[in-house]
Design a protein around this ligand. Sequence first.
Ligand SMILES: Cc1cc2nc3c(=O)[nH]c(=O)nc-3n(C[C@H](O)[C@H](O)[C@H](O)COP(=O)(O)OP(=O)(O)OC[C@H]3O[C@@H](n4cnc5c(N)ncnc54)[C@H](O)[C@@H]3O)c2cc1C
Ligand code: SF4
Length: 472
Amino acid sequence: MGKVTGFLEIDRQERKYKPAADRIRHYKEFVIPLSEEATRSQAARCMNCGIPYCHNGCPVNNQIPDWNDLVYTGDWRRALANLHSTNNFPEFTGRVCPAPCEAACTLNLIDQPVTIKTIECAIVDRGWEAGWILPEPPKTITGKRVAVVGSGPAGLACAQQLARAGHATHVYEKHAKAGGLLRYGIPDFKMEKHLIDRRVAQMEAEGVVFHYNVNVGVDLGADALVEGFDAVALAGGAERPRDLPIPGRELRGVYFAMEFLPQQNRRMSGEPLSTNEPILASGKHVVVIGGGDTGSDCIGTSVRQGALSVTQLEIMPRPPEKENKLLTWPDWPLKLRSSSSHDEGSLRDFAVMTRAFVGQGGAVKRLRCVRVDGKMQEVPGSEFALPADLVLLAMGFVSPVYDGLIAHIGVDLDKRGNVAADTNSYKSSRDKVFACGDMRRGQSLVVWAIREGRQCARAMDERLMGETKLPR
Ligand SMILES: Cc1cc2nc3c(=O)[nH]c(=O)nc-3n(C[C@H](O)[C@H](O)[C@H](O)COP(=O)(O)OP(=O)(O)OC[C@H]3O[C@@H](n4cnc5c(N)ncnc54)[C@H](O)[C@@H]3O)c2cc1C
Ligand code: SF4
């Protein structure tokens, strides 16, 4: 374990952010890493619990107490090997994971969980800096050909595992670059994109072939793909956004978050916008409808673009500031969560339902809203209006997009409209076709996508070879 009395002697210390006034002037990451000494003393706080709940809290089951101990003793290289044994891309999760492991940490019972995510990020960032992270090409080649559709975290993890198992692995991606929502959804200020490029280069050196600008089901027939490979993984994400079909929805200025956010990411990387219509928050009153990560990212991006005001509306009541630990621990509690974007100059309002978008000359000008109670019933006399020149709908995603791939490949869907496959076999209803990530489980998290990509690769390897050495 870390230091036996570490948790008694050392306070929790988190990474800090650069001041909001500075960071909103650019789109770069703004988290300040802890020093090596501080990271090691934070790792010393781990109690190496008899039952480490953090293992289960972490969807990839990172062996957290083990690498905490290795960091405490300064054995960073073994810590990195341990971390990579369960997580292909800790630099992604070390930046954007909401850290359910920390909610599950025993020290969270006193609101002082080990800074697990910070330590994870420090291990892998150090690994890259030191040149320890190298391609791991397979020692033997199986002669099998596998395809992965989609290069989000699920597709990337699946492809990396399959290539390391010796299969000729081809990734098909409809966009010009790899990464899925890591690349085109999550803003650069949360995760810079050179981190993805670095992993793609590693994967290419391990034998993975990336085919960009290929929309399977549109540019390449789904049947041709299935016939051309021994196994296919569908990792196309859940890209169909939840809409708000109320009066005025057709007005100019009302957009889905995922029409707005990818444009800024493309501007940053010099990629052309996918449409001729630039959507910008500069000089506008912006209203973001919906909480969650996507809503926060819309706030941070709007503030950086120079919005006049940014208001976030949430239909649910304001959650409690603090959870009742004895009821919720070690599970992920419902409580008020504020992202770094919330500190950058936005207003939040809860229990608000938007009734209509009101326009002028075809463009949105304001919102008509009403307050609702805990049962979503309108509170009489609580109507109010909000100025809005740009409205961003960030109310989540309902399912994969059906046109193209899903329409043509002929796999069964589950009750929620995702590709039906269980989490043991990851097999769809069509022979040779597997599914993982948001396309199978619905809208989720990067860390869940990595888990599913890894497990799906294992199931495919076992199916192809009759046995597998890939970890679950
Ligand atoms: C704005 C935003 C912010 C988020 N922030 C966070 C966060 O901070 N932390 C977190 O953990 N999670 C976050 N999430 C959720 C997280 O990004 C997703 O759960 C995760 O990326 C899902 O991974 P995936 O690989 O299953 O799918 P995706 O990342 O959606 O990748 C799917 C890929 O498949 C490609 N594709 C789809 N269909 C085809 C086709 N027919 N042919 C070829 N390619 C195809 C797509 O272009 C895409 O590249 C966020 C989501 C959004 C939208
Ligand atoms: S991947 Fe997420 S849940 Fe797992 S250890 Fe890292 S921060 Fe925690």
